[in-house]
Design a protein. Structure first.
Length: 329
């Protein structure tokens, strides 16, 4: 039985790809008392209401994570929060840095403070592989947000609220995915643009990401950063799985883009253990002033451990990727 069962859950950014997948899972499997969507776009909320058929357990709050008072109102009576709201486009962040800081950094601080003041029990925030050794503005804001949530446990030490973070890579089927664009181009007989033919990435499906968040609520004490042990893939193999035989051309890395992604740096690896039969890595907090206890079930990783997409021990082939995309369709 999950800790989330029968509880009141709020999802910031609840009309995004992850938010809708999480809500569908919660309604189907967790029997929540209430699921509260907190997002700023009324059209997306209208479309989501149609998707969930006006389920009586759903509540809808228009609001921005930049607005702490609105967050506090929305969190009244809430047991658990999933923080999925963020600005995420790497190239957009390079040209609009202040806006990304307002949402991803200040918004995260607002979520932490509102959750403590509202008496929320547990908060899980979504991060990204781009937060590990960041080279772009988006990644830097998400690394800062990771720190805000992990260290938010210090602010909440005398309160019941606890915070943890999940970090994962590219999600199949998420909004903004290159896959629909590639399919349309291939149907027109066009060559597929690849940012760099050498690129590698991590790949996770939406159901896997949702289950990871549910599992994190159950395993967390507060202060953990949880990373899935998932396969890597070559970007050219993804393109061939999407459009077999299609021509490809190299367009070069975009501003702020890495050749290979990283989810755990060498320095972070010193705090990593594996849990749940190797399904997840947990980065334990460096400070534990709120009473964190080192995990007895954690299996230490090797000395000098580094989780990067080109150095992974798990890999998807073209056929593997095609099977994942088919199952995720």
């Amino acid at each position: 039985m999950s800790l989330l069962e029968g509880s009141n859950i709020l999802v910031t950014g609840g009309t995004g790809s992850f938010g809708k997948a999480f809500i569908a899972h919660a309604l189907a499997h967790l029997d929540p008392q209430r699921v509260i969507v907190y997002s700023r776009d009324e059209l997306k909320q209208f479309e989501a209401r149609q998707l969930f058929g006006d389920d009586p357990r759903m509540r809808w709050f228009l609001g921005d994570v930049r607005d702490r008072q609105r967050l506090l109102r929305a969190m009244h009576g809430v047991d658990h929060v999933v923080h999925a709201a963020a600005l995420k486009q790497v190239d957009t962040g390079e040209y609009n840095p202040f806006e990304f800081i307002k949402t991803n950094v200040t918004g995260s601080q607002n979520v932490v403070e509102a959750a403590i003041d509202a008496g929320v029990k547990r908060v899980v925030a979504l991060s990204t592989d781009k937060a590990s050794s960041p080279i772009n503005l988006y990644g830097a804001t998400k690394l800062t947000a990771d720190k805000i949530f992990v260290l938010g446990n210090s602010y909440a030490a005398a309160y019941p609220t606890r915070f943890a973070v999940v970090r994962y890579g590219n999600v199949t089927g998420s909004r903004g995915s290159i896959i629909p664009k590639w399919r349309a181009m291939a149907a027109r007989g066009e060559s597929l643009p690849i940012t760099d033919l050498r690129c590698t990435r991590f790949l996770i499906t939406l159901p896997e990401a949702v289950q990871m968040v549910v599992d994190t609520f159950d395993l967390m004490q507060g202060g953990e950063l949880v990373v899935p042990h998932i396969p890597s893939h070559r970007v050219v193999d993804l393109a061939q799985a999407v459009a077999p035989g299609a021509a490809m051309h190299d367009i070069g890395l975009r501003p702020g883009e890495k050749l290979h992604e990283e989810m755990i740096s060498v320095e972070e690896g010193r705090r990593a253990v594996m849990v749940m039969d190797g399904r997840y890595y947990v980065l334990e907090p460096e400070t534990d002033g709120w009473g964190y206890r080192r995990r007895a079930d954690g299996v230490p990783v090797p000395e000098g451990f580094h989780c990067a997409s080109d150095k992974n021990d798990l890999w998807y082939s073209v056929d593997d990727i095609a099977a994942v995309l088919k199952a995720d369709a």
